[in-house]
Each structure stands twice: as C-alpha cells, then as structure tokens.
Design a protein around this ligand. Structure first.
Ligand code: NAP
Length: 501
C-alpha cells in the first residue's frame, strides 16, 4: 500500500501511511532505518524538534556527555571508528546521529517542527488517526518513540515563578544566558547535574548546589583515543566489534550488583567511599555526600570532577530543603536566604507520568495515562499495551537499563516491531492487540524479579519507580534475556482481526 489521502467521517483530508513514527531520537531514527531496510518504505517520522537526535539534540548543557562507553553507544549497523574519546561528548553523538540519518537516506521521511498533538484509534476504520502541527494522518501502525527522558520535570517550589533572574532546565539550556561572574544555583544532583556542576563552577562567581539526596559516584576512565587506535578500529577487521562485545559483557556485571545479588554492590560502595576520601578534603562536605541508600538504588553517577568541584571554596553544597524561591534568592528550610542571579533546574524528567501519554487515546477512548492509572504503568514485553492496537512503544515499561547502552534494547525491540509488521502482512491481518490476561501474566512474572532488586529494596526513591512505588522503568534481568524474548513476534499473545477485502 502506498501513501494516499483519506477522508475521515469528519470530512478532513488526512494523509495515510502504513507506519507513523512519533519522534526521531535514537528509537525513532532506528525504527525508520530498520523499516527501510525491511522494504517497508511507506512511513513518516513526525518530530517536534528541528532535527534528528532526541535527547542528544536537546541536552546541550555544558559538560554534556555519555557515561556509557562510546563503542557500545552506537547502532550495531552503524559502528563509528572515529569516536574521539572513550566516552563521547554530546555534540559528537548528535553529529553521529545526523550522519546516520544522512547515510541511510531517511531524512526525507521526516517532518520536522511537527509535534504530534493527538493520536486516537478509529475502531471503525481499524487504524490510527493522528493530529500533528503539520496536518492530519491516518496510519495502520504507530510507533511511539517519543523518548523516556524527554519531558522536563519542573519542580513545584513555592515562589519559583516569581524568580527574576535566569532560570532554565538542564534539557532546555539557555545559551544566551551568560553565567560568567554570576551567583548561580543548581537544583538537583543527578546524572545531568554532576556533568553541569564542574563545567560551570569555574565561570560562576559562586555556585550553590542544592542536593536533596546524596547518590553514589563512580570514577570514569575517560581518555582521548590515539590516532593509531582510530586507524586500527577502521582497518582491523572485527576489532571494533570485539571491543564492543567486551564492553557489553563487562557492563552486564552490574546486573549482579543491582538485580541478581545486590549485596555485591557493597564492593562498589567501597570504591565510592574511597573516592569521597580522596577527592573531598572538607569533612562536612564529605559527610553530606555519603548516600543513605544502597548503591544502584538510584542511577549511579559517574564523574571524576564532581567531588573535587564541591570541594572548591566558591562552591557550597546545600542539603537543607528549599522552602521558597524569591525574586533574587533561595530560602532554605533552616531560614537561610542565599542571593542568586541564575538557577539551573537539573531536576530530571517525567517518566511513568510523561505528558505524552495523555496524547494517545486507545480503543476504548481512554488515554495511555488513564490506562496507566487504572492498571499501573505496565506493558507487554515493554513494547505493546492492551487497548492500544497496532501500536508499539519504544523503551516502554520495564524495558529500560541504567548501566549499559539503551541502544541494545532499542535494536531488540526493533526486531519485534519489524517481525510483527511483516507477519501481519504475511498472514493478511489488519490489527493486533495484546490480550489483557497475557499482559497481566507477563507483569506478574516480572514482579518477583523486581522485588529482589536494589531499586525497590535499596532504601531510596527514584525515577525508576511509578507513583505506586513499583519499578516500572527498568528491565530486571540480563539485557540479553530481554533481547531473546522479543526476537520474534509472538502472535499467539495477541487478539487479531483479518483484513477485509
Ligand atoms: P535525575 O537523575 O532524575 O535527577 C534529578 C535531581 O533533581 C535529583 O537529584 C533530585 O533529587 C533533584 N530534584 C528533583 N526535584 C527536586 C525538587 N523539587 N527539589 C530539590 N531537588 C529536586 O535527573 P537527571 O540528572 O536529568 O538524569 C535523568 C536520567 O537521564 C539519568 O538517570 C540517566 O538515565 C539520564 N542521563 C544520562 C546521562 C549519561 O551520561 N548517559 C547523562 C545525564 C542524564 P532526588 O534524588 O532527591 O529525587
């Protein structure tokens, strides 16, 4: 079937495509390429931003980079021998993704500056109706690749809207705002903050770091690659794949410390403690950064500069809760008022409660958010959901990883997506919808594994947990086991309808 216009009962003309992809980050771009490679070319990618890249286009904050090694952090079909360092900076990953989009010729399948505003299932026509900033579509299949860490969490702190200086979220960095010579506050001490803080401290007049929860910090062995190494990655057959496989295997060890035998994390905690002693001279600061939860409960931070920056005389680590933000200051619960010219909100993202889920209305009219409220944020194999026929969620519930490359999961899911669409065609089927009982049984089977993990037993709160306190974000096993379960589309788990003539 090729692209064509359709007229809906409401009289609107919509462009019909076989597959519509929402978002062009790592997941959406990967989907586009894999669809093209499978010969499924009747698709469009709607992307709210001006280019591909997703999180690597949006997170341009100073110091932004990837804490997963470069050689693992690329598509398996597009290895990059030219990475400049063992851990890549943001701009290099963004350029890599732009280059991949060009090389695989999928840019002309994109509509940029084209936010999806509503997607609803039409049960009569048995297809999706999608509204976007650049017109309406209908689609046989929708792939939601809108991103997990895409919707900034803006803290609801008393008086914050009355602040008169510069204020912005880490993922919406205002490059027009100079921090040089200013009194700056960073709220949050997660993965983004530990990259930002060392990068901005040298230019700020002074920096206050507001920490709500101390988190374990691990060292990073980040170094530039020598020209001879890059040449070898290019010329020696199999070398880069071998290194990639070794990195992959080493990182799977973290599954032991978080899932299989969390007590082994204590060894890593020793590394964390040694790091505090070696890098922080001030005993008060050292006490403040000592986490009160088991390592891995929150995502481990990786930095060689964060602690040393906290130790600077012009940097203050504030651990009293924030009571109020005023026009030119922040007041903490102990009554201290600190003057500030600029506030950086490194306060994370909406994950299980992403506003994007309000935009998808399923077969019974309920949105994905409403369905998540009723059932919990649960999916089948992290990819499909009852009540949402012919829809795939990239990096959906319980498919995330916090210790290795998410691209591994994305490519695993893409095997499932491509096989599903191919089989639907081969078997002359119009719709699939996962059986609710099957979805529930799948999640019941995950529960005992999740219960053993440090994410729920480690004594912390994190974005891995939904509002019911269930880990709905992370996959609780080795990542190769995830890959195995989505290798082929298991049609028997789904209710299907046949194509009508
Ligand atoms: P995050 O890990 O969710 O951290 C948010 C920080 O803001 C936490 O310290 C949190 O404190 C604090 N916070 C939130 N609301 C607050 C409030 N109202 N008052 C005071 N503090 C508040 O967010 P992130 O640092 O942006 O990282 C999110 C995820 O992005 C990471 O876990 C990681 O998966 C990914 N990431 C990856 C990389 C990479 O190198 N690969 C880099 C950056 C980010 P609590 O801990 O008390 O909640």
């Amino acid at each position: 079937m090729s692209s064509s216009d359709t007229t809906t009962p409401g009289g609107q003309t919509r462009r019909h495509v076989r597959v519509l992809i929402v978002g062009s980050g790592l997941s959406g771009l990967g989907t586009a390429i894999r669809l093209s490679q499978a010969g499924i070319t009747d698709y469009v990618v709607v992307e709210r931003g001006p280019d591909v890249g997703g999180t690597w286009r949006d997170n341009t904050y100073p110091g932004a980079g990837c804490d997963v090694p470069s050689h693992l952090y690329s598509y398996s079909f597009a290895l990059n021998p030219d990475w400049s360092r063992s851990f890549s900076p943001q701009a290099e990953i963004e350029r890599y993704l732009q280059g991949v989009a060009d090389r695989y010729g999928v840019r002309d399948k994109h509509l940029f500056d084209c936010a999806m505003t509503a997607t609803r299932w039409d049960d009569t026509a048995r297809r999706w109706e999608i509204d976007t900033a650049r017109g309406g579509f209908t689609a046989d299949f929708v792939v939601s690749a809108a991103g997990v860490l895409a919707e900034p969490n803006l803290p609801d702190i008393k008086g914050i809207s009355s602040f008169e200086g510069e204020i912005f979220h880490s993922a919406r960095w205002n490059h027009q705002a100079s921090l040089a010579g200013k009194k700056v506050a960073v709220i949050g001490t997660g993965s983004s903050a530990v990259q930002i803080i060392p990068a901005i401290a040298p230019q700020a007049q002074r920096l206050d770091v507001y920490q709500r929860t101390a988190t374990w910090v691990m060292p990073q062995f980040n170094r530039p690659y020598l020209a001879v190494e890059r040449l070898a990655f290019k010329r020696v057959p199999g070398l880069q794949r071998l290194i990639r496989s070794l990195i992959y295997l080493v990182r799977e060890v973290f599954v032991l410390t978080q899932v299989k035998a969390p007590w082994t994390g204590r060894l890593l905690e020793l590394v964390g403690r040694a790091k505090m002693w070696l890098e922080i001279r001030d005993p008060v600061t050292r006490r403040k950064v000592l986490p009160q939860h088991r390592i891995g409960c929150k995502r481990m931070l990786v930095s060689n500069k964060f602690y040393r920056t906290l130790d600077r005389p012009d940097v203050d680590l504030v651990t009293d809760g924030i009571a109020e933000v005023r026009a030119h200051s922040i007041v903490t619960e102990d009554g201290t008022e600190r003057e500030v010219d600029a506030i950086v909100l490194a306060t994370g993202f909406h994950v299980a409660d992403s506003p994007t889920f309000n935009l998808y209305a399923g077969r019974d009219g309920r949105t994905a958010s409403e369905a998540a409220d009723a059932e919990g944020y649960q999916m089948y194999k992290g990819t499909t959901v009852a009540n949402f026929p012919n829809m795939f969620f990239m990096l959906g519930a319980n498919s995330g990883l916090n210790y290795t490359s998410l691209i591994y999961i994305i490519e695993s899911q893409l095997n499932y997506v491509i096989d599903a669409i191919t089989r639907m065609d081969a078997e002359n089927l119009q719709t699939f919808e996962v059986k609710l009982d099957t979805q529930r049984a799948y999640n019941r089977a995950l529960d005992p594994k999740i219960a053993r993990t440090v994410w729920v037993g480690g004594g912390c709160n994190s974005w891995f947990l939904d509002k019911h306190g269930r880990n709905s974000a992370l996959w609780p096993d080795f990542s190769f086991r995830y890959r195995r379960q989505v290798r082929t589309f298991d049609l028997e788990a789904y209710d299907t309808t046949a194509k009508t003539a």
